[in-house]
Design a protein around this ligand. Structure first.
Ligand SMILES: Cc1cc2nc3c(=O)[nH]c(=O)nc-3n(C[C@H](O)[C@H](O)[C@H](O)COP(=O)(O)OP(=O)(O)OC[C@H]3O[C@@H](n4cnc5c(N)ncnc54)[C@H](O)[C@@H]3O)c2cc1C
Length: 419
């Protein structure tokens, strides 16, 4: 018997569990594969306030403070560095859009400022990107995701969080609308509170319980260069590609928005909810007719199952998509053109990650109609940086305490669901 079971060992699950353990709760994380083996170790490592939805900004600002504290508290190196994030603008229209965001964000107390063309050139001397200016947030930060989240999980387990890897949650046990526990592949766990923080799998897990999340996933491709002469020690992007200095002396390079999308039953089901996003991102999306076997929205993936048989979560322990070679080749060409002195760096590694997203690019952090159930998912491509803050507000929800931040924008009821 535990007080709270958390389904999913990514940054959201880990930070929620840790927070609850610090508040004296007995917490178990069930992870179907390995801790942080999906999005939470595959991301760019940006810890970003800049250009955030205003609804997320206060949580993100608190997150940054938590990251700062964690960095000195953890006994392991996680590559946390507060060196700023910069959006480079290729035309006046983009600059204006950034200015508009900044106009609204000033009220929150961000240190973001606009850079002139000359200041942008001074930031990236010898570059040939054709940038007309930029927006920068000096207090924005970065960390090495593949180091950070496992280190956070180890720290959480030292504070009492129990973590079971290779232990998929199959279903919730519910009597008269109240949670009684979780059925896992390794047996029953008795508890009256559960957090679903299952990343790209949340909607599939919740569907048999009559909770509809219009969640989809896109494949984003990333690569890592060999160490090269340092020309910039922070993170930036220009609407076509993004680059971040790594603690090992290389750079993490990736496309800005370009991604692959596997068409499946959920894509059809949620077509109208995503239509506005689709219109905006049509040209940067490569459509594929079907997802690889066993992916959450693959055509053959069962939508319902018996809790005493193998489930889709056990058929895919780790979502490990192949990166798109073509996309990465384009990014490399753009990068070497923008930084001719660096040229084409050698690529040491490349990988893909399935980003889980919601139609309005905002997460769901809310209770559901089942008493004792909290959902914290749909981080929509920016859950790494905000993870510590989201862990805190999710813990507040679990404890039935008034969260320290407004969560209305993340309510489940913005989508059709039973009350
Ligand atoms: C390429 C890429 C770049 C990104 N860049 C950034 C960035 O720079 N900054 C930023 O802030 N964010 C970024 N993100 C987004 C960020 O990584 C995610 O928003 C965040 O990691 C989501 O965390 P999570 O805990 O919700 O999900 P995940 O990390 O995906 O974890 C969910 C976990 O749940 C487990 N699980 C699922 N179903 C079950 C089940 N039934 N039983 C048990 N376990 C289950 C999964 O195995 C998985 O480990 C990026 C993402 C990608 C892929």
């Amino acid at each position: 018997m535990v007080d709270v079971t958390i389904i999913g060992g990514g940054i959201i699950g880990v930070m929620t569990a840790w927070e609850l353990a610090r508040r004296g709760r007995k917490v178990l994380i069930c992870e179907k594969g390995r801790v942080a083996a999906e999005q939470s170790s595959r991301n760019w490592g940006w810890i970003r306030q800049q250009d955030r939805d205003y609804a997320e900004l206060p949580i993100m600002m608190e997150s940054l403070q938590i990251w700062n504290g964690l960095n000195s508290k953890l006994r392991e190196e996680i590559g946390f560095r507060q060196r700023g994030i910069t959006y480079l603008a290729r035309n006046a229209e983009k600059l204006r859009a950034y200015e508009t965001w900044l106009d609204g964000a000033r009220a929150y107390g961000v240190d973001t400022r606009m850079l002139s063309m000359r200041e942008t050139q001074a930031m990236l001397p010898n570059a040939a990107g054709g940038w007309v200016g930029a927006m920068t947030t000096p207090s924005d930060a970065m960390a090495e995701p593949f180091l950070a989240v496992p280190a956070l999980a180890r720290a959480a387990s030292q504070d009492g969080v129990m973590i079971r890897e290779n232990c998929a949650a199959r279903a919730l046990e519910i009597t008269n609308g109240r949670l009684q526990g979780v059925i896992t592949e390794k047996g029953h766990v008795k508890c009256d509170r559960v957090v679903v923080a299952a990343g790209a799998w949340s909607s599939l897990f919740l569907k048999p319980h009559n909770i509809q999340l219009p969640q989809l996933s896109v494949l984003s491709s990333v690569m890592q260069t060999e160490p090269v002469a340092e020309f910039f020690n922070a993170a930036a992007g220009d609407g076509r590609f993004a680059f971040r200095h790594r603690a090992d002396g290389g750079y993490t390079l990736s496309p800005w928005e370009e991604h692959d999308f596997f068409i499946g039953p959920d894509a059809f089901r949620n077509f109208f909810a995503y239509l506005p996003t689709l219109r905006q991102e049509f040209s940067s999306t490569h459509f594929r007719l079907a997802a690889p076997q066993n992916y959450p929205d693959a055509w053959q993936t069962p939508r319902r199952w018996h809790a005493d048989e193998k489930t889709p979560f056990e058929n895919c322990r780790i979502l490990n998509p192949k990166p798109s070679r073509k996309t990465l080749e384009r990014v490399l060409a753009l990068f070497s053109k923008a930084f001719p002195k660096i040229g084409r760096p050698k690529i040491q590694n490349s990988w893909g990650g399935m980003i889980d997203t919601m139609p309005d690019i905002l997460p769901v952090v809310d209770h559901a109609h089942i008493s004792g159930l909290t959902i914290a998912t749909g981080m929509s491509g920016h859950g790494f940086g905000i993870g510590p803050g989201m862990g805190k507000v999710t813990a507040d929800l679990v404890e039935e305490q008034k969260p320290a931040h407004a969560l209305e924008a993340f309510a489940l009821k913005r989508f059709k669901n039973p009350k």
